[in-house]
Design a binder for this molecule. Structure first.
Ligand code: SF4
Length: 262
């Protein structure tokens, strides 16, 4: 049992605490103690929101279906001014391809032709990419093609880290929606960004990386191969590795022999 002096000290202590609380509330302009929070009222937002520090993107509900989700994201990208690349762009290049694609190709950013047409990988680099896909028995329509930034960097420079960070929620939402089995990163900026690994491209290719549960492979950007045709043999090896991974994941059956050998 507490002695009377202990009880007096306890009341004095509680009184001091209460005085402090009331002073804080008075400083905030409040005249009453806050009510108990209501329980069991869980608000379910129809959309998730990704805060980038430069504005928000709304992630469409998963029950919308892939095509509707991608369209919702595309509409948001069309109006996006989250980074400085919005200033000089002609068109936002969101991405193109099948919403049921199990293979996604990711480049670094739009060039002049893409900026003009709004479609990724057009022009000579796009034609080479189409030929590369054809050699492994795939058509451009079967894959999804996107970039790590959706607007053209001036004079085709590499995208800056803050531009990549600003645009990354779009790519992440695209990948989350498509849920591919395999991602092929085209070129150093795309590979380094996706893998969060700053090693040179030569050290990132020839390896099956993991991005969550997704296999991620790396090869040269077709525009680089146009300037450096001697690297096409190495890109060919990367495509063979891509096919091996696709076959192992059941993305395609074994291709007829000798499909790549002369
Ligand atoms: S690059 Fe991406 S983040 Fe920057 S303005 Fe274009 S869509 Fe927005």
């Amino acid at each position: 049992m507490k002695r009377p002096s202990d009880v007096t000290q306890e009341i004095a202590s509680l009184s001091r605490d209460l005085t402090s609380v009331l002073k804080v509330l008075a400083d905030r302009g409040e005249s009453a103690l806050p009510a108990e929070p209501e329980s069991a009222a869980v608000a379910v937002s129809p959309v998730a929101v990704v805060e980038t520090g430069m504005g928000e993107i709304e992630l469409p509900p998963t029950d919308l279906g892939k095509e509707a989700r991608m369209e919702s994201l595309r509409q948001q990208a069309m109006e996006c001014r989250r980074c400085r690349l919005a200033k000089e762009r002609q068109k936002v290049v969101f991405g193109v391809g099948s919403s049921s694609a199990r293979v996604v190709l990711v480049g670094e950013g739009p060039g002049a032709n893409e900026d003009r047409t709004g479609e990724p990988f057009v022009g000579r680099a796009g034609q080479l990419l189409n030929r590369m896909l054809a050699t492994i028995g795939m058509d451009r329509k079967e894959v999804y093609i996107a970039n790590i930034v959706k607007c053209r960097p001036p004079r085709n420079r590499d995208p800056e880290p803050d531009e990549i960070a600003a645009c990354r929620p779009f790519l992440d939402a695209q990948l989350e929606t498509l849920r591919p089995e395999v991602i092929l990163a085209l070129g150093r900026p795309a590979a380094q960004s996706l893998l969060n690994d700053q090693r040179p491209l030569g050290q990132l290719r020839s390896v099956v990386h993991k991005l969550g549960k997704v296999a991620l492979l790396v090869t040269y950007h077709p525009a680089f191969l146009l300037r450096n045709p001697a690297r096409k043999a190495a890109a060919w090896e990367d495509l063979q590795l891509l096919v091996d991974v696709m076959v192992s994941k059941g993305v395609c059956g074994a291709l007829p022999e000798p499909w790549w050998r002369p």
